[in-house]
Design a protein around this ligand. Structure first.
Ligand code: ADP
Length: 328
C-alpha cells in the first residue's frame, strides 16, 4: 500500500538559502509523525512542500496518492504556523465559516467542544487568549474531518491545560485513523504523541524513528547531576565518567557536574564518595536519556557539520580568490 505521505529528495532554495537539502520521508496511514529540529531547519518549508503551498525545486512529494496540489481538499487539514483568522469573528463563527467551505463538514459545535472552547464560543477571536486562539485555529484545521492533518506547531503559546486538550484531541484523531504530521519544539509533545519522529537539521532529515528507538540509539546514557561548585577533576577516582552538563541541560551548568552511565542503585556510592572527600553539593538528580538528549546531540552534530562545511566553502572561495589574484 502506498504511504499517505511520500517525499523523496526534496530540495528548496530561497536565493542563497537552502531551506531543504534533500529531505525524504514517508508516513503510513494512521501514523502520527512529529518533525522536530532547530529554528531554520526547514520544518515549515517541508510542511509547505507537502501541502502544495510551495513547489520544491527538486524531488517529488505525494500525499494521499497524489501530487499535493491535486489532492481533494476535503481530505486534507492544514494548520499553518502563521495563521490569523479575521479578528471579529467568534470562535463558533470561525468554525462555522470553515465548515462552510467543505462538502461534508463536522458540526462546528462539536469541534468547538473538542478544542475546549464551548464557554468562549461567542467571544470574538481578537478577545480570546493566545492559547484559546491557537485552539480555535486547530479546530478550523479539522472541521472537515480530514484523512490527513498537518499541524505546524499546534501548541505553541498554549498553557499546559490547553496543551493537554490539544494532545488528547490529536490522540483521538489518530485512534480514529487520521494520519497526522506535526512540527513541534516541545519534546514532551513529540515523545507523547508521535509514533515516529523525524529530526530535521540544516534541510535534511538526519534521523527518523520511534522516539524510544531514537533515544536508545542517540540519547546517550543515564545521568546523575550533582549541583556543586567542585571541578569534574575532583571526581577523578569515581568509577564513572564525569563531565560538565551538555549545553542547554541543567539549571546552572557551571555549578554542576554530570556522572554518566550510572544506575540509580549506585547513587549511594556517589554520596559516600562526595562525603569522604568533603565535596560540597546542594542537590543530586538522576535522569534517563530522553528525546531532548537526542535533539541536543544530533542538532549539535548537524550544526558542527554545517559550520565545517561553510568554513570549507569559504576556504575554497579564498583559494579561488588567491588563484585569481595570482593570475591577474
Ligand atoms: P523552520 O520551520 O524549521 O524554522 P523554515 O522552513 O521556516 O524553518 O526555514 C528554513 C530556511 O529557509 C530558513 O533559513 C528561512 O529563513 C528560509 N526561508 C523559509 N521561507 C522563506 C521564504 N519564503 N523566503 C526566503 N527564505 C525563506
Amino acid at each position: 500500500m502506498e504511504a499517505v505521505v511520500d517525499a523523496t529528495d526534496l530540495e528548496k532554495r530561497y536565493g542563497e538559502t537552502t531551506a531543504l537539502a534533500g529531505a525524504s520521508l514517508s508516513v503510513e496511514a494512521g501514523e502520527v509523525f512529529a518533525l522536530i529540529g532547530p529554528n531554520g531547519a526547514g520544518k515549515t518549508t517541508l510542511v509547505r512542500a507537502l501541502t502544495g503551498t510551495t513547489d520544491p525545486d527538486e524531488g517529488t512529494a505525494r500525499i494521499l496518492g497524489e501530487p499535493p496540489s491535486a489532492v481533494d481538499r476535503d481530505l486534507l487539514g492544514v494548520l499553518p504556523q502563521e495563521f490569523s483568522p479575521p479578528a471579529r469573528l467568534s470562535a463558533r463563527e470561525l468554525l462555522a465559516y470553515y465548515a462552510g467551505l467543505y462538502d461534508d463538514a463536522r458540526d462546528p459545535d462539536n469541534v468547538l467542544a473538542d478544542v475546549g472552547l464551548v464557554d468562549t464560543g461567542e467571544t470574538w477571536y481578537e478577545d480570546l487568549s493566545g492559547g484559546q486562539q491557537r485552539r480555535a485555529c486547530v479546530g478550523s484545521a479539522l472541521v472537515n474531518d480530514p484523512d490527513l492533518l498537518f499541524l505546524d506547531e499546534p501548541t505553541t503559546g498554549i498553557d499546559p491545560a490547553g496543551r493537554r486538550t490539544v494532545w488528547r484531541l490529536i490522540e483521538d484523531l489518530a485512534d480514529a485513523g487520521t494520519t497526522v504530521v506535526l512540527t513541534t519544539h516541545d519534546m514532551a509533545e513529540a515523545e507523547r504523541l508521535a509514533d515516529r519522529v523525524g529530526l530535521l537539521a540544516d534541510g535534511r532529515l538526519v534521523a527518523q524513528g520511534p522516539p524510544e528507538a531514537l533515544v536508545r540509539e542517540h540519547g546517550g546514557s543515564s545521568r546523575l547531576t550533582v549541583e556543586t561548585a567542585a571541578d569534574p577533576d575532583a571526581f577523578a577516582d569515581l568509577e564513572y565518567p564525569v563531565e560538565r552538563p551538555e549545553r542547554g541541560r541543567g539549571r546552572n551548568p557551571d555549578n554542576a557536574v554530570v556522572v554518566r552511565d550510572i544506575d540509580p542503585a549506585a547513587i549511594g556510592a556517589v554520596v559516600d564518595y562526595l562525603e569522604a572527600r568533603d565535596i560540597e553539593y546542594t542537590e543530586l538528580s538522576w535522569a534517563e536519556p530522553d528525546l531532548e538528549d537526542v535533539y541536543l546531540s544530533l542538532a549539535d552534530t548537524a550544526e558542527r557539520e554545517r559550520t565545517d562545511r561553510l568554513e570549507g566553502e569559504n576556504e575554497a572561495d579564498d583559494s579561488d580568490l588567491a588563484r585569481a589574484g595570482e593570475t591577474a
